[in-house]
Design a protein around this ligand. Structure first.
Ligand SMILES: Nc1ncnc2c1ncn2[C@@H]1O[C@H](COP(=O)(O)OP(=O)(O)OP(=O)(O)O)[C@@H](O)[C@H]1O
Ligand SMILES: [Zn+2]
Length: 740
């Protein structure tokens, strides 16, 4: 890619890890309370909210695009009003949030208040009725949110506050406006002021901007009359007041606690009854998850089978005197399904489930973390047989500290150890702990009788990803012809949460396109989005940049096409996405568990293709900065080949622990080794990169015509799939629908 283009497994893995990190950060529970979990998972909730938000903006966008209303329609609105016609009004209002309003007083002299007759008139009633209907209010909410947003940003604060939805006009002004426009229908009079309004518009014929503002004012007038907006506004006020009250209360509690600690009263726990929180338990009937819902991590599932069996029939084990582990550690990166597994254990066994997160035991106050642990285990013990799940156990069970600064940090962990030691024979409690940093855990936690079993959860392999895809595609309306295996091949490094997200994104896209089924193209689209961020709607407006991108990407493509060991091409595009201007993507034929020297070399050659192409076409003075990430990945491969993988004959198989102090940019810092060795390593890396560059150059020189043709086609069609790439390279005619 220009800047980001090549899907390398490592990059994919890093990216997917990053995205699940993000999602777990977003969905992280607030500390201080045991989470009551529903089986949908917290991530799901965040996603729902996110998709809701997209929908609303889209609706507003659509309304904005649809604005085609003739002014005559606006004026006769009261008699033939319907929701479709109102949507454009909303868009006007939406725009109205940004443009400056023209005061209605400027246009109408009549300044009397709203008459009683008018309030009782059919017209008014009808407008009120429609304003209260659901679709309209939904749109309205988006707009009001926008207004409140402006308010919080400090724009026009006072004025907006004084009118709520009404924009910049005061309430009485708007009353007047409505009154002027809609004459009492009962008297049979035509809306005379409507005529005035029309005349006013005609007066400004040709001055589109003023007309627009007039219309905005008009639509505004409608809205200001609906009391429900005020309610919305006051709801916000009330919410604000409530919030302040809560803050004040918290402040009071904290001050009180600090005071009681300072005065040496109580143990520091006694005074905390006010903060006491009962852990939430999830009843067996609420834990709907079973092992069938967990795919792609079969080894971990198998290992936990034993635990389920024990929970189901403890006597079978205890009769023989067999002891099952009290604690099982689930170890693996975020988003891989550890929480899901734990829930499935409880679900399969049909026993109560307690879930909490290690971060909830943070030592806010002396002894509070330990107390929470005690509470949790007390409740669990009352149940007899159950599963306790402690997510992020590293944050409670991190290595104990002897630091003067954290004299109480050990209390929580000691309490946890004591509780686990204290299980008696008839308490069939299994504690599952999840962590992705096992080396951070206190050794004492992993001793016999505590968390002495470790279940490693690995990212799903090809079959695993296919199973997870099947699972989630089964939950949406999907095209039966989707080649799921191909998608699975193209999602190396994705974990369960990523795949769930991918299917969800694809379904959203399909819905947005008005399709009846989720199709393969939506899944690929979603994959690219998950990997590289959202697509830029428009082409980069600069022709030169586009040509540069086209040659650069075509360069990667040609080198990949003519390099035997390179990963097969999937598609090439010059449509910008996230930070990249274009990219070339690849999908391996089969899952790669190991990389050969030839494959790594091919990967470097392909990475070089972009810059080499720029140099050949535009000359060495006109190469761009867009190849930096290509170089970065090539350098990383070369460095690893020389220092870690024994793939340089000159250096041999010795592994060098090189400290890269530049975040892996490839400009390495070598420690501990003699200057001669350092030099040799350096020159080997340089040689590998140079050879790669030369190979790429040779391919592009030999296939100059095809390279140029491919760039041309990219300029024309923006995106080419592997079949189309082949057609172009084979010199066949390519004729496909041109993108807008
Ligand atoms: N193997 C899987 N099979 C099916 N769905 C999965 C799988 N892995 C993850 N998911 C989906 O992703 C969501 C998030 O996964 P989960 O919370 O279990 O991951 P985790 O490993 O516990 O991550 P974290 O460390 O961030 O808590 C799950 O609720 C589930 O919907
Ligand atoms: Zn590139």
């Amino acid at each position: 890619m220009l800047s980001n283009s090549i899907y390398q497994p490592q990059v994919v893995a890093a990216l997917s890890q990053f995205s699940s990190l993000l999602s777990s950060a977003r969905s992280g529970s607030s500390s201080g309370t045991y989470r009551r979990v529903n089986t949908q998972g917290t991530n799901r909730k965040t996603k729902q909210i996110a998709s809701q938000a997209t929908k609303e903006t889209d609706e507003v966008k659509k309304a904005t695009e649809e604005y085609k209303m003739d002014i005559n329609d606006v004026i006769s609105l009261p008699s033939q009003i319907n929701i479709q016609e109102l949507s454009p009004h909303m868009s006007l209002i939406h725009k109205g949030c940004h443009v400056s309003h023209v005061s209605t007083d400027t246009f109408f002299e009549n300044k009397s208040g709203l008459s009683e007759e008018f309030v009782n008139s059919d017209v008014h009633q009808e407008v009120q009725r429609i304003l209260r209907t659901e679709p309209f209010r939904k749109l309205l909410k988006t707009c009001t949110n926008n207004l409140y947003y402006q308010q919080t940003r400090g724009f026009k604060t006072q004025r907006l506050k004084s009118v709520g939805i009404g924009g910049q006009k005061s309430d009485s002004e708007l009353n007047k406006f409505v009154n002027i426009l809609f004459q009492d229908k009962t008297s049979g009079q035509k809306p005379v002021e409507g005529e005035k309004f029309k005349a006013m518009l005609q007066k400004h014929a040709g001055d589109h901007a003023t007309q627009q503002e007039l219309k905005i004012s008009f639509a505004d007038g409608y809205l200001a009359r609906d009391p429900s907006h005020k309610k919305h506004y006051f709801d916000n006020v009330i919410q604000g007041l409530l919030k302040s009250a809560v803050y004040l209360f918290c402040l009071y509690v904290i001050l009180k606690l600090v005071a009681s600690n300072l005065m040496g009263r109580g143990s520091g726990v006694g005074g905390l009854s006010i903060l006491k929180q009962e852990p939430f338990e999830i009843a067996p009937e609420d834990v709907h998850v079973t092992f069938d819902d967990v795919k792609g991590i079969d080894t971990a599932k198998d290992e936990l089978m034993e635990v389920v069996d024990f929970l189901k029939d403890p006597d079978k084990y205890t009769v023989l005197g067999a002891k099952l582990p009290k604690g099982v550690l689930l170890v693996g990166p975020p988003g891989i399904g550890k929480t899901l597994l734990a829930r499935a254990v409880a679900g399969e066994a049909g026993v109560p489930f307690f879930q909490c997160s290690g971060s909830e035991f943070d030592e806010m106050f002396v002894g509070l973390g330990a107390k929470r642990i005690r509470d949790l285990f007390r409740q669990a013990k009352e149940k007899g047989t159950c599963v306790i799940f402690i997510d992020e156990i590293d944050s409670v069970g991190a290595k104990r500290t002897s630091s003067e600064l954290h004299p109480y940090a050990n209390q929580t962990i000691n309490q946890l150890l004591a509780e686990m030691d204290g299980f008696s024979q008839n308490e069939n409690i299994i504690v599952l702990g999840a962590t992705n940093r096992i080396d951070h855990l206190d050794k004492a936690l992993r001793r016999k009788g505590r968390f002495d079993v470790e279940v490693r959860v690995f990212p799903p392999d090809l079959k695993g990803r296919k199973d997870i895809l099947d699972l989630y595609l089964g939950k949406v309306k999907a095209d039966k012809n989707i080649k799921v295996e191909d998608i699975a091949k193209g999602t190396t490094g994705f974990n369960g949460a990523d795949i769930q997200d991918l299917v969800n994104q694809a379904a959203l896209k399909a819905a947005m396109e008005g399709e009846d089924l989720v199709r393969e193209k939506h899944l690929y689209w979603a994959r690219d989005k998950v990997l590289m961020g959202p697509e830029n709607k428009n082409k980069i407006p600069d022709e030169n940049t586009n040509w540069n991108t086209a040659y650069h990407e075509a360069g990667h493509t040609i080198v990949a096409y003519f390099t035997k060991e390179a990963t097969p091409l999937h598609q090439v595009t010059i449509r910008a996405r996230g930070v990249s201007l274009g990219h070339t993507s690849f999908i391996p034929d089969s899952e790669e568990y190991n990389q050969t020297k030839a494959k790594l070399t091919a990967e470097m050659d392909v990475a070089m293709g972009g810059r080499v192409a720029e140099e050949i076409i535009f000359g060495s003075d006109h190469v761009t900065t867009g190849a930096s990430s290509d170089f970065q990945s090539a350098s990383r491969i070369a460095t690893a080949m020389v220092t870690k993988l024994g793939m340089s004959d000159k250096i041999g198989v010795r592994v060098f622990d090189i400290q890269q102090q530049d975040g892996g940019l490839g400009f390495i810092m070598v420690n501990q080794y003699s200057e001669a060795v350092t030099k040799e390593i350096d020159s080997e890396i340089k040689r590998l990169l140079q050879e790669s560059y030369d190979r790429a150059k040779k391919i592009l020189t030999n296939h100059a015509e095809q390279h140029k043709e491919l760039a041309k086609m990219l300029m024309k069609y923006e995106t080419l799939n592997k079949e189309e790439i082949k057609l172009v390279i084979d010199g066949k005619k390519l004729d496909k629908k041109v993108f807008s």
